[in-house]
Design a protein around this ligand. Structure first.
Ligand code: ADP
Length: 480
């Protein structure tokens, strides 16, 4: 038994030792090949998972759709990276855009390159001339041996950063930027399909980048424009407030001044008329003529003050109207009667012509005092600006609801260019000043405002200088 045991032990030991040696051997071999095997499997796995097998057409189609849609720069740079990263499965990708002012490439997006906070990269004119401006891709590995000097430094730097391929973004032969790509996760080199895709997508991306730059410029311009408008509006608003204040001050001044003027003017009128009526004894011719001049000038001043007061009341909304139904025929006859004395002083005729004979009464709704002022003013002017002939005041019907009053004179006429101006505040004919200094250009302004307050309108017609003038008033008839 002992012998058998001894033999058995010997066999076990022998077996054990021979197995151990084999184990060690296997272990040594295993360890030595493990890294290679691991690398092999890693490589295979990467090839499997990040296979560069993709449909070129599909990738290009998807890219052009995405790139065409992105207008905002940030979105666009992200889209460029997305559309290229998916098929190539690169470890890093980025877009650099040439900054014209700084003469450097600015990093617009960086996914995976270890560049820290670096924002700008110097370009190389040589590389641009030789490759990128022609639209050629830069394959770093190939260029390292080909380039010299300044360009070489750049290529080396790109190589150190892990850049494998650079695709230029060209618009009309000019490189506006670069797409830089790192190695493929699969470890494969870039193949011809990749280069095709890069070329096509690069071209599309370039157009989209240019568009987005224009879009940004437009936005910037819009912003500036809006800012400008805002500033201008602010200034205008300020100026407007100032003007309103000034206008209010002016109106207030006019109102106070006119009130203050009224009292002394009234007493001048009273005393001069008393003098003219021999209230202080009989006047000789010289005295009479002088006091008559005082009286007439004073009358003119009174009219001016009245006009100013009326305007300031109108502008403050304080002019009150007392509307009543009145027969316009009667009113016109009355006014013509009063003013014909004035016309006859100048040897002018003043006639009323009624063209609504079929009706005894033509009723309109009006403030009698103010409408009298309007019509008197037009006749006054006609007398003032007519030297020969005379004035006809004509009443007719324009249509069922409107009557027309015309003041037709044979006077100096009006230049068509001045037709609008004369209805403005202080608006006078260009050479009227020389002929008639006694006017302020307020009469027609008041006429216009008062007529409008009656729901009517005033207009002027004239064939031109020296050919007479017709002022027309359209007024609504009163509803019965
Ligand atoms: P004023 O007569 O005080 O100047 P108005 O406002 O009454 O002011 O008239 C404005 C201007 O219109 C006058 O200066 C004159 O040039 C022109 N005008 C008014 N009426 C006539 C008219 N009948 N014929 C010619 N021009 C007229």
């Amino acid at each position: 038994t002992v012998v058998w045991l001894g033999v058995g032990l010997e066999m076990v030991l022998e077996l054990f030792f021979s197995g151990f040696t084999t184990g060690i051997l296997v272990l040594i071999i295993g360890v030595s090949v493990f890294t290679k095997v691991r690398d092999f499997f890693y490589h295979k796995a990467n090839q499997y998972f990040f296979s560069s097998l993709y449909d070129v057409r599909e990738v290009i189609e998807e890219a052009s759709e995405k790139l065409a849609l992105a207008l905002e720069p940030e979105k666009l740079y992200n889209s460029i990276c997305d559309v290229l990263q998916k098929p190539f499965q690169v470890s890093a990708i980025g877009v650099l855009i040439f900054d014209e002012k700084k003469k450097k490439y600015e990093v617009k997006i960086n996914r995976g390159f270890n560049i820290g906070n670096k924002k700008y990269f110097k370009g190389s004119l040589n590389l641009k001339k030789k490759y990128t401006s022609k639209g050629e891709l830069l394959i770093i590995e190939e260029l390292i041996d080909k380039t010299r000097g300044e360009s070489k430094k750049l290529i080396q730097m790109l190589d150190e950063l892990g850049v494998k391929v650079v695709a230029p973004l060209n618009v009309e032969g000019d490189t506006i930027g670069l797409i830089v790509l790192g190695k493929k996760e699969s470890g494969d080199n870039f193949n011809t399909d990749d280069f095709t895709v890069l070329n096509v997508i690069g071209q599309q991306a370039a157009i989209s980048v240019k568009n987005s730059m224009l879009y940004e410029e437009t936005l910037e311009f819009n912003k500036k424009l809006q800012e400008g408008i805002k500033q201008a509006t602010k200034k205008l608003q300020k100026a407007n407030i100032k003007l309103k204040k000034l206008d209010a001050t002016k109106t207030e001044f006019l109102s106070i001044a006119s009130h203050q003027l009224r009292t002394p003017l009234t007493s001048i009128k009273g005393f001069s008329s008393l003098l003219l009526n021999n209230g202080y004894g009989k006047l000789n011719d010289k005295q009479r003529k002088t006091i008559e001049k005082i009286f007439i000038s004073n009358e003119r001043l009174i009219t001016l003050v009245e006009d100013l007061l009326n305007i300031s009341r109108m502008e403050q909304g304080r002019l009150e109207y007392e509307f009543e139904k009145l027969n316009i025929k009667e009113l016109l006859k009355e006014i013509v009667g009063v003013l014909s004395i004035q016309a006859s002083h100048k040897d002018l005729y003043l006639k009323f012509k009624d063209e609504i004979k079929e009706q005894k009464e033509v009723l309109i709704k009006a403030d009698k005092k103010k409408l009298t002022e309007v019509i008197s003013n037009l006749i006054d002017n006609a007398v003032k600006y007519t030297q020969q002939g005379g004035i006809i005041v004509k009443l007719s019907r324009k249509n069922k609801n409107t009557i027309l009053i015309e003041v037709i004179d044979t006077g100096i006429g009006i230049d068509p260019k001045e037709k609008d101006k004369i209805f403005e505040k202080f608006g006078r004919g260009d050479d009227i000043e020389a002929m008639h200094s006694g006017g302020a250009g307020l009469g027609l302004f008041i006429v216009k405002k008062l007529t409008e307050a009656h729901g009517g309108k005033v207009f002027v017609e004239s064939e031109g200088k020296g050919k007479g003038t017709t002022f027309g008033l359209e007024l609504p008839v009163a509803s019965s």
